[in-house]
Design a protein around this ligand. Structure first.
Ligand SMILES: Cc1cc2nc3c(=O)[nH]c(=O)nc-3n(C[C@H](O)[C@H](O)[C@H](O)COP(=O)(O)OP(=O)(O)OC[C@H]3O[C@@H](n4cnc5c(N)ncnc54)[C@H](O)[C@@H]3O)c2cc1C
Length: 308
């Protein structure tokens, strides 16, 4: 029986029939590639659509903030943490298969993008070479429209299934979503559950060549051995943030444990003890210097969680 002062959210989370793993006061530093971030009030790995639906419905009803995350490879979480529910997509969202007839991968949103890319390589199907080495999940990739400046995942989405609290499941063609540079038109409260990614049969040597070239470029130009969130800012029209930052002599600039990477000036790395406050301060410093010098308003690519 539920305790007298238990909220509907707590009642749901202690219900033994609830299909998910629940962690109270879970440090988000464990769930971000930055290895930065204070505690989430609850971190819940939802195992099924039923559990996910119940969870977001209760949060909505109770006015508890919630967010769905993938691998946290594009996230900066505040040192104070997140006062609501951080949801990760578990078991039922973590499988994928290849549909040979339709020449597409059908992938759950919790699947790692790298797993699908690897399978594309194994099957000699082309279309995802641009994504080689991009961390994160399918859900995060679709939300962020992950890719390069010229190629992105949105152009490969044949269909996508999403969930919105109070509205239920919706399946749309990829062409019904507007895809832009590191942007998609999903509603703020829309959760990506599954998608179909189109690929085409190709020459294995061509695929291998493209993937190896992309990986080599990445290894050479990115600080892969240090915790980061990838590029911090979107590149503005006609310019590269890394070049602007370098021109301003900000490569290597440091605040606390956060440092503008010596390898790629649009990366801020955690040198070991960085706080979210350090990273934010460095982001603000770069943005204001770039604005002062070039009149350009930089837009962050990294997503912020738990900041006021
Ligand atoms: C070393 C490094 C290199 C990188 N290189 C690239 C690159 O080349 N190209 C590129 O585009 N990005 C790059 N990134 C950034 C990052 O990997 C991508 O943005 C990635 O797609 C984020 O996926 P994720 O699962 O980690 O999402 P998270 O970081 O967990 O979340 C990102 C956003 O997506 C939302 N989200 C996550 N899952 C869902 C879901 N199921 N439904 C709805 N919303 C969801 C979150 O709420 C958040 O707003 C790089 C990052 C690192 C650390």
């Amino acid at each position: 029986m539920a305790a007298r002062h238990t909220s509907p959210l707590q009642a749901l989370l202690v219900d033994e029939r609830f299909d998910g793993d629940i962690y109270a006061h879970e440090p988000m530093a464990r769930h971000t590639t930055y290895r930065i971030g204070g505690p989430a009030r609850f971190y819940v790995r939802a195992g099924s659509i039923g559990a996910l639906t119940r969870l977001v419905d209760v949060c909505e009803k109770e006015g508890v903030p919630w967010v769905v995350v993938g691998r946290g490879s594009n996230l900066l979480v505040a040192d104070e943490g997140f006062p609501g529910v951080v949801i990760s997509l578990g078991r039922d969202f973590r499988s994928f298969r290849f549909d040979a007839e339709r020449s597409c991968f059908v992938a759950g949103a919790g699947v790692l993008l790298s797993a699908v890319v690897q399978e594309a390589f194994r099957r000699s199907v082309a279309g995802l070479e641009f994504a080689v080495g991009t961390p994160g999940t399918i859900g995060g990739a679709l939300r962020m429209n992950a890719g390069t400046r010229d190629e992105w995942i949105g152009s490969r989405v044949a269909s996508v299934t999403t969930l919105r609290p109070g509205r239920g499941l919706e399946r749309r063609a990829g062409s019904e979503i507007t895809w832009g540079y590191r942007a998609s038109s999903f509603a703020l409260d829309e959760i990506v559950l599954e998608c179909e990614l189109s690929v085409e049969p190709s020459d294995p040597f061509y695929i291998r060549g493209k993937m190896e070239a992309n990986l080599a470029r990445r290894k050479k130009s990115q600080p892969l051995g240090e915790p980061s969130c990838g590029s911090v800012f979107r590149n503005p029209e006609g310019a590269h943030v890394a070049v602007l930052v370098e021109e301003l002599g900000l490569k290597g600039a440091t605040i606390g444990g956060a440092r503008v990477s010596d390898v790629h000036a649009n990366f801020i790395v955690n040198t070991g003890e960085a706080t979210a406050r350090d990273v934010r301060a460095l982001i603000s410093l770069i943005a204001s210097k770039v604005h002062e010098a070039y009149g350009i308003e930089l837009a962050p690519e990294v997503r912020f969680l738990g900041f006021n």
